[in-house]
Design a protein around this ligand. Structure first.
Ligand SMILES: Nc1ncnc2c1ncn2[C@@H]1O[C@H](COP(=O)(O)OP(=O)(O)OP(=O)(O)O)[C@@H](O)[C@H]1O
Length: 231
């Protein structure tokens, strides 16, 4: 469960990126976050895994009240919230296997357990045969699949994705969304910021639209036309 109550976020330059957000997302929901560039989508998402702190208001992620958790508890929050980025953020000097295992080793699991779990998530994203390759030997779509495998390695209840298809061609983007759909069908909450109106209109889910730091629409199973993306 994700709960924002009267959340405001103002940056030092006085830009209000979140202006009174009151949003509840239930476990298992799939939510798109849409809106023009600079609207506040990334800020909204970053506050969910405590990359940014709100200026005021209350954010609850499952049992964690983010205003109250101590820095040393942040890793426990991050176990419940997997994150995927537009630019993949894989570690270039590690193999695919090591990139995914890294997330698990941080929390000291036994080697056999790590191996089994990495193999399982690489299978889930269809890349079990790439375990020993390095990220720069893979296509963008494959790198994003690895990043998704890494994000779900710890079995998070929530998967957050900030423009996960932003660097991908339409067909590869569609493949990535199918994987994210599958993860959602297994019960994981998905919150995905995107400019990709084709995806939003094809796979219908709740749409939260942000403009200039305000939630201007919150619609169950809504479509979307992104005016900023007509090139
Ligand atoms: N670290 C920061 N310091 C100062 N201002 C920031 C910071 N991060 C974001 N902003 C400002 O807050 C506003 C919202 O930015 P945010 O990145 O959340 O938008 P966005 O909707 O994700 O945009 P995009 O689609 O381009 O990624 C923008 O005006 C941005 O310039």
């Amino acid at each position: 469960m994700i709960e924002f109550k009267r959340v405001f976020k103002e940056y030092d330059n006085k830009i209000t990126a979140a202006n009174d957000f009151n949003i509840t997302i239930k476990q298992g929901e799939f939510v798109y976050v849409v809106g023009p560039s600079g609207a506040g989508k990334s800020t909204f998402i970053k506050m969910m895994y405590r990359e940014e702190k709100p200026t005021s208001g209350q954010i609850k992620i499952n049992k964690f009240e983010l205003g109250k958790i101590r820095d040393r508890d942040v890793p426990f929050l991050r176990r419940e919230v997997g994150v995927v980025f537009q630019d993949f953020k894989l570690l270039p000097k590690l193999t695919v296997f090591e990139n995914v295992a890294y997330a698990l080793q941080v929390i000291e699991k036994a080697p056999a357990e790590v191996k089994a779990r990495v193999e399982r998530v690489l299978n889930l994203v269809g890349l079990a045969d790439k375990a020993d390759t390095f990220p720069d030997e893979l296509s963008g779509g494959e790198q994003q699949r690895i990043a998704i495998a890494r994000a779900i390695a710890n079995k998070p209840q929530i998967l957050i994705a900030d423009e996960p298809t932003g660097n991908l061609d339409p067909r590869t983007a569609n493949d990535i969304i199918k994987i994210i759909e599958r993860i959602n069908k297994q019960g994981t909450t998905i919150v995905m910021a995107t400019h990709n109106s084709a995806i939003v209109n094809k796979y219908k889910h709740r749409v939260i639209e942000i403009d200039d730091g305000r939630v201007i629409r919150d619609q169950k199973r809504g479509g979307y036309k992104d005016e900023s993306n007509n090139l």
